[in-house]
Design a protein around this ligand. Structure first.
Ligand code: FAD
Length: 453
């Protein structure tokens, strides 16, 4: 093989939102790039509710018109509900903070720089991912579907890396100056380099499916809330249900819980789904009257970080770089914003010829900052749900929390509202007589004492 001229400047592994948006940014800027996607699109995928920070990427890529033309349901905000049986626990107020077993918020309440629409979208990922990948093709990115990459040889040549795959029985290799691993939770290159670290706290599992003709008014306690995403807290610790509109009539429902609650056999896991739903009787009645459209799909053991998310000739984008629990619908936004930040470093590296890890430093520090903020937010949330609803309902904190929910997490300063939440959690943890003490979840136990000290 002749490595003197690379086949492409950039080789991208995976054609999900991280890979396709990266290809679109690069091809739009005139960089030669190729995407290897092991599936044939469209294919189903979990992760159907977006946050508004995605809109900046859609705008920059000229993709917003396609989102509108394809009539993805508008998402105006989010709703959280807790079961009636636990609602009495939410009645305790503390230092002017008053909790409630339900809360909702609209994105339009906070003006978001660079985002001039009041909605984001819920998406059928089969359709959305396919459109975005084809959008990248439209800019000139080369895309191979049905080609699973087996590994990357970073030592094949001093000047290039070689992406390895087979077509039929033929072993193939494509050379490129920079590799982007966007292989999602498969974390192809992270595994190869042994960079993956399992999250010590979160070991969440999910089981989910789509229903047709579920009447979304069943859980809407106010008018105009039917098209929001719903997070229904369950009376089982650290467990919740998502409710996401996919079309006018189709709704995605998924139970998220901890591994220890997740039964071994498939039958008992399906029973577990229905038992969880039954803890919310209105939801149960609504779903039993609807039609399940797909078999259940499971997602397991998915929280992890990587020792590093960039290396020499290498960028890890989206889930390939880190996965945090999906409670705030963060994943697609992180994937898209990975490309938004990383493509600039990649173009800079191609211009200077410096392909060392340091060339991708802006990307690495910005994305790490964002995912750290999400992670801290999620940790507070799991530790003390009630605090989250209290903050949402309090005018002192509502817009600061909304900023996080909109996906604006990448600024240099840590959002002050997170420090405030952490110090309250630490106080509740320390004081067994605190009105919220018995509402503490058992994840991230004592995580905040040190931070608050
Ligand atoms: C239970 C659950 C609920 C979630 N809910 C939400 C939500 O509501 N909102 C949200 O924004 N996010 C959500 N997410 C997260 C979201 O699914 C991901 O963050 C998002 O899909 C990441 O995009 P990506 O491009 O990095 O990876 P992916 O979308 O997974 O894309 C990776 C692509 O790489 C391909 N690939 C893998 N290995 C190879 C290989 N060896 N060779 C070639 N191709 C390969 C795969 O086929 C896939 O198409 C959820 C996740 C889970 C687990």
């Amino acid at each position: 093989m002749n490595y003197s001229v690379p086949d492409f400047d950039v080789g991208i592994i995976g054609g999900g939102p991280a890979g396709s948006s990266m290809a679109a940014y690069l091809a739009k800027a005139g960089v030669s790039c190729v995407v290897f996607e092991r599936e044939l699109f469209p294919r189903p995928h979990v992760g159907e509710s977006l946050v508004p920070s995605s809109t900046r990427v859609f705008k920059e890529l000229g993709f917003l018109e396609k989102m509108e033309q394809n009539k993805f349901p508008y998402k105006y905000g989010a709703v959280w509900t807790a079961s009636g049986s636990s609602s009495s626990a939410y009645e305790h107020d503390w230092e002017g903070l008053s909790a409630d077993c339900k809360a909702d918020i609209r994105f339009e309440e906070r003006e978001q720089p660079g985002v001039d629409q009041i909605h984001t979208y819920h998406v059928d990922r089969g359709k959305f991912d396919n459109l975005l990948l084809h959008h990248a093709c439209g800019f000139g990115a080369k895309v191979y579907e049905g080609v699973g990459v087996q590994g990357v040889d970073f030592d094949a040549d001093p000047n290039y890396a070689a992406i390895k795959y087979t077509i039929g029985k033929k072993e193939c290799s494509t050379s490129c100056r920079i590799v982007v691993d966007a292989s999602g939770r498969k974390t192809l290159v992270g595994n190869q380099l042994k960079w993956r670290i399992k999250d010590p706290v979160f070991d969440q599992y999910a089981i989910h499916t789509w229903f047709d003709n579920y009447d979304r008014r069943a859980m809407a306690y106010k008018e105009n809330l039917t098209n929001y995403i719903y997070v229904h807290f369950l009376p089982i610790t650290n467990s919740w249900i998502w409710q996401i509109p996919i079309t006018e009539t189709i709704t995605s429902l998924g139970v998220v819980t901890q591994k220890k609650n997740f039964a071994k056999s498939r039958e008992s896991r399906e029973k577990f789904f229905w038992d969880c739903v039954a803890s919310r009787p209105e939801l149960y009645a609504g779903l039993k009257a609807a039609d399940q459209m797909r078999p259940f799909t499971e997602e397991g053991d998915y929280s992890y970080a990587m020792k590093q998310i960039a290396g020499d000739r290498l960028v890890l984008a989206g889930d390939a770089g880190r996965f945090v629990d999906p409670i705030f619908s963060t994943g697609v936004s992180i994937a898209l914003n990975s490309s938004r930040f990383a493509h600039k470093d990649i173009i800079g590296a191609l211009e200077t010829g410096n392909f060392k890890r340091e060339a991708f430093n802006n990307f690495e520090t910005t994305i790490r900052r964002g995912t750290k903020n999400w992670y801290n937010f999620i940790s507070v949330y799991y530790r003390l749900n009630v605090l989250f609803t209290a903050f949402i309902l309090d005018p002192r904190y509502r817009l600061d929390v909304l900023k996080l929910l909109q996906g604006d997490v990448y600024e240099e300063q840590e959002p002050p509202v997170l420090a405030r939440m952490r110090s309250i959690v630490a106080e509740v943890e320390r004081n067994p007589k605190h009105v919220w003490h018995n509402l503490l979840g058992d994840l991230t136990a004592n995580a905040f004492v040190e931070a608050a000290a």
